[in-house]
Design a protein around this ligand. Structure first.
Ligand SMILES: Nc1ncnc2c1ncn2[C@@H]1O[C@H](COP(=O)(O)OP(=O)(O)OP(=O)(O)O)[C@@H](O)[C@H]1O
Length: 290
């Protein structure tokens, strides 16, 4: 599959992309632009359970898209469809369409390993390898056979992950010696090191204290000038602070009594939080359920 990295940067005033006034952190919300992902009629089935149904969602380039909603409404499931992580779950089946730069992500000729290199993922709990800080970052480039100066790749990745200054004098130390917040930034550096275009984040701050959380949020904001970021978060304030667009999911019950997740509303974050069009979104934002 070919990948276009040439989309105009909506955060760059010189790029010709106009921005309406809104939003998180007092910055403008970029136009959606040419979608990186176009999800249509997406359902995910686990065994016989159609856990998520009929999701339509477009993710714009170099911006932060947040998925929020009550527990079990399918946020992580939908996130995993964006880099085919669901392939790794026995019994999971994806129906509908997910395109990445216009190409079917689930076409038979698409290599899921290559998909996961271009579309990286950061998980809820920091999960560094039991290796040195250096080797954690160098691991991906090495197994991908990337050429270039490894010291430079490691330094650049750690710098982009806002960790270089804290670890540059102890690169040979074991990654487990770092704090939780540092370990999560190391995992982000490890993701960046293989040169992805997209970073998916599944509740990346839920295991972190408030200060480490704010550092990761600042980092997300920095990274969004270069990467497309999709984040699942339980923390509504976090979605409001960092994201450009927010998708609100909920869990519904069908006629047969089966529970399923569905997308209620997707819009600019400022709209979702100030004038949502669906009562369920308003209730959730107001803390009336979920
Ligand atoms: N690996 C799996 N095998 C079977 N069912 C699963 C699996 N992962 C998720 N599900 C089911 O899919 C539904 C959606 O779960 P998912 O974890 O995507 O929701 P979520 O909104 O991310 O929840 P949370 O906020 O609690 O993490 C749930 O009913 C869950 O039980």
């Amino acid at each position: 599959m070919s990948v276009s990295n040439t989309a105009a940067n909506p955060r760059d005033p010189e790029s010709g992309v106009t921005a309406p006034d809104t939003a998180a952190k007092g910055r403008s919300t970029p136009e959606l632009g040419e979608p990186v992902f176009d999800v249509s009629g997406l359902s995910v089935v686990y065994g016989t359970n159609r856990a998520v149904r009929d999701v339509d969602l477009k993710v714009g380039p170099q911006q932060i898209t947040a998925m929020i909603g009550p527990s079990g409404c399918g946020k992580s499931t939908v996130l995993r469809t964006l880099n085919r992580m669901n392939d790794l779950i026995p019994g999971a089946r994806v129906e509908g369409k997910v395109t990445y730069h216009g190409e079917d992500l689930y076409a038979p000729e698409v290599d899921p390993i290559e998909v996961r290199r271009r579309i990286g993922m950061v998980f809820q709990k920091p999960n560094p390898f039991p290796k040195s800080i250096y080797d954690n970052v160098a691991y991906g480039p090495r197994i991908n056979g990337m050429r270039g100066n490894m010291d430079e790749i490691v330094e650049q990745s750690l710098t982009k992950a806002a960790l270089w200054d804290e670890v540059k004098d102890k690169l040979k130390d074991n990654a487990f010696a770092l704090s939780g917040g540092q370990q999560q930034r190391l995992c982000i550096a490890r993701t960046i090191a293989v040169n992805p275009e997209v970073i998916l984040m599944d509740e990346p701050c839920s295991a972190l204290d408030p200060i480490a959380t704010l550092k990761i949020e600042d980092l997300m904001y920095e990274l969004a000038s270069e990467y497309t970021i999709v984040i699942v978060t339980h923390n509504m304030q976090q979605a409001a602070r960092v994201s450009d667009r927010t998708a609100f999911f909920t869990a519904s019950v069908d006629e047969a009594g089966d529970r399923f997740g569905n997308l209620v509303e997707y819009d600019e974050t400022s709209t979702i939080f100030s004038k949502p069009s669906d009562q369920r979104t308003e209730d959730y934002i107001a803390g009336r359920f979920g």
